[in-house]
Design a protein around this ligand. Structure first.
Ligand code: TRP
Length: 354
């Protein structure tokens, strides 16, 4: 399988970003998330804010909830249904319009026609290609699993079925997902070559790389709920205070913005900047001799204010399970409609109609 370098992927993504604004009609976006828990500020600035921006381009958007993928590395699956709904609420609270007639959100386990595409697609890749996937290898390592189930090696192909079933051609992702998007291009190409060379059925999807690649947690580690170092979209003021209290700073009193030499202080300033829209250096200048105490107080205020409208939106849906169901089933209906059309075409070119 050809491997695009990161540099090349960034170039393609930048071109795509420009063209999305010029020719929105050419595109269909699909973005996916695993339902494994609530979203935090890292997700917001890394992905959700950008998805809300994309929505303004008036392009058809599919938000896929990858519930099947949770089975690949989680023993504990008793919360998938709850996490699916929480994920939807997090999206909505972050300002994503789920009533929009061009936006659809759904769990992929509810779309049998898409899942069916997995069967022919699996025959288009080799075992060694599956075993070589760097993201899968990384996941196996970090989850520390000794007996790896076949679903772990095959989920990237399932992801290709997610994408191609609704004919999405723009996939907003972080760099870790690039091997999977590459696989969707390879499978689209091989399918066309094998079954419909004259009249290619599938377009090769492109990755739209997310800008802020990774926002660290307040202790300098990756933001993660289990480490207790992150601020969730649903955090209350008290919860914010608790996380901020534990945040690392340094021993120098005078606050300056110096990411290289003072990463701990810089991290907090960046969070203030992101949540207030102010420049980091201006914030640092204002604090100056106020030290870590003032820095942390400002951080609490800034994040709390930022989350206020988000919490309000969350309430609108949280108390309305009927509405949540309605939104999910509207998504399921649309995804099934698209996937059924695709499956009919696929059967035709594979000469399997009866
Ligand atoms: N693998 C993605 C993740 O871990 C989730 C996902 C599933 C996805 N299907 C997708 C992403 C299709 C993009 C396109 O977050």
């Amino acid at each position: 399988m050809e491997n695009l370098t990161l540099q090349k992927s960034i170039e393609i993504s930048n071109e795509l970003e420009k063209d999305l604004k010029i020719n929105p009609g050419k595109y269909k976006i699909l973005s996916g998330f695993r339902p494994t828990g609530n979203l935090h500020l890292g997700h917001y600035f890394g992905a959700l804010a950008n998805r809300a921006e994309l929505q303004k381009l008036n392009i058809e958007m599919f938000f896929l909830i990858a519930d099947y993928q949770v089975l690949t590395d989680h023993d504990n699956c008793d919360k998938i249904s709850q996490s699916t709904k929480e994920l939807l609420i997090d999206y909505y609270s972050a300002g994503i319009d789920l009533d929009n007639e061009k936006t659809f959100i759904y769990p992929h386990s509810y779309v049998p026609e898409a899942n069916q595409l997995l069967v022919p697609f699996l025959t288009l890749v080799s075992m060694s290609e599956l075993e070589r996937n760097p993201t899968v290898k990384e996941e196996i390592q970090s989850a520390g699993i000794s007996v790896v189930n076949a679903g772990m090696f095959c989920y990237p192909v399932h992801q290709v079925a997610d994408i191609l079933s609704v004919r999405a051609n723009v996939i907003p992702v972080g760099a870790d997902q690039l091997p999977h998007i590459e696989m969707s291009r390879v499978i689209a190409k091989r399918f066309n070559n094998k079954f419909c060379k004259e009249k290619p059925l599938f377009e090769e999807p492109k990755a739209l790389l997310t800008k802020v690649l990774r926002l660290q947690g307040l202790d300098g580690d990756k933001m993660s709920k289990s480490r207790g170092n992150s601020i969730m979209l649903k955090s209350t003021r008290e919860e914010i205070i608790n996380v901020v209290k534990k945040a690392k700073t340094d021993s120098e009193r005078f606050i300056t913005f110096d990411p290289e030499n003072r990463p701990d202080v810089a991290r907090l300033l960046t969070l203030i900047s992101l949540t207030s829209g102010r420049n980091e250096v201006d914030v640092a200048n204002e604090i100056g001799n106020g030290g870590a105490k003032m820095l942390k107080d400002m951080l609490v205020e800034s994040v709390d204010k930022f989350l206020t409208p988000i919490r309000k939106r969350r309430k609108e849906l949280e108390n309305n399970p009927e509405k949540i169901k309605e939104i999910l089933f509207r998504g399921v209906d649309k995804a099934r409609e698209e996937a059924t059309k695709t499956l009919v075409e696929v059967r035709k070119v594979m000469n399997m109609c009866i």
